[in-house]
Design a protein around this ligand. Structure first.
Ligand code: MG
Length: 312
């Protein structure tokens, strides 16, 4: 039986009540309702404590209990126009300053987070597409803005693919098992990978995909509640992988806040139509992966300085 529910949105210190939501309503519908209440356009709404940001996901799947309170960030158009002409991605740049080292370590070890990771290890189902190979290292890749510019307008999805994607994956696959981990739903990950020609590529194979359900929320003193991708979930399920042999690429540093030593923050690939001809990031990263492929323990590396790495 379907009953309607009430959800509260907290934005700029005020609470807005959204009534009469159905379990079958999608996130997109919820965002439209929030727009009615707050005047913040759906694409500007940052819903902080939602694990899944996929618009097609239903309220039921999002696991929002009646009375659930969503924390929102975002601005009304008129306020943005008035405030400044700062570029849209300014905020992210500021958030990503390399000043969080200490906090990261603290988060990594907090008991409550380790419990959440344990729960994911026990309950999250991984569909193995291609079994892990012996003596390979592990490369974990984000999708949006890492392999694919998911926001720009283009006549076909393939135009939004980061240049050299297939060459990059082919070279990486020689030494690494490859896992895709994106903060969307599995349905979209599968579709994007198919669209990009990754799924059936004859030159490399993907071990498995992980989606937003494998992520956990952690509380950061500086950033509030954030959703992150803890590598401990993979390490717990596949003991051959560990901090010694795992590296993760993401354009958002906070995604690997639990495993700062294993993460490499790459340059985001945005505005595909402008950058398609000059972005060579994946070639450089493929080279780095090859250079470090025989390093016995990745914990001895500093991925922040990857561009200066010289093979010993
Ligand atoms: Mg990304």
């Amino acid at each position: 039986m379907e009953t309607s529910k009430k959800i509260t949105v907290k934005w700029n210190g005020t609470e807005y009540v959204i009534n009469d939501l159905q379990n079958s309503d999608t996130l997109q519908i919820l965002k439209a309702r929030i727009y009615e209440e707050t005047g913040v356009r759906p694409d500007r709404q940052k819903l902080l404590n939602l694990k899944c940001k996929d618009d097609e996901q239903t309220i039921e799947k999002l696991n929002m209990k009646p009375g659930f309170k969503i924390m929102m960030m975002g601005s009304r158009e008129e306020d943005i126009a008035e405030a400044s002409k700062a570029p849209e991605n300014m905020k992210e740049v500021i958030n990503d300053l390399d000043t969080e080292q200490e906090e990261e370590v603290e988060l990594e070890n907090m008991e409550v987070h380790l419990d959440k990771i344990k729960k994911r290890i026990e309950t999250y189902k991984v569909e193995v597409l291609n079994p892990p190979r012996e003596n390979k290292k592990l490369l974990v890749l984000d999708i949006d803005y890492t392999l694919f510019d998911h926001r720009s307008v283009a006549s076909s999805g393939i135009e939004l693919m980061r240049p050299y994607l297939h060459e990059f994956l082919t070279r990486a696959y020689k030494h690494y098992d490859i896992v895709i981990w994106s903060a969307t739903s599995m349905k979209w990950i599968n579709e994007k990978m198919k669209l990009l020609g990754v799924t059936d590529n004859p030159n490399y194979k993907i071990a498995f995909h992980l989606d937003c359900q494998a992520m956990i929320s952690v509380y950061s003193k500086e950033r509030g509640l954030i959703d992150v991708k803890p590598l401990g979930v993979i390490w717990g399920k596949f003991p051959a992988y560990s901090p010694r042999n795992t590296i993760m690429f993401d354009d958002i540093r906070k995604n690997f806040i639990m495993n700062p030593g294993s993460g490499l923050k790459i340059k985001a690939f945005r505005e595909a139509h402008l950058n398609r001809d000059k972005d060579t990031e994946l070639l450089k990263l493929a080279h780095y992966l090859e250079q470090i492929a025989d390093v016995d323990d990745f914990q001895t590396l500093d991925h922040r300085k990857w561009q200066d790495y010289k093979k010993k």
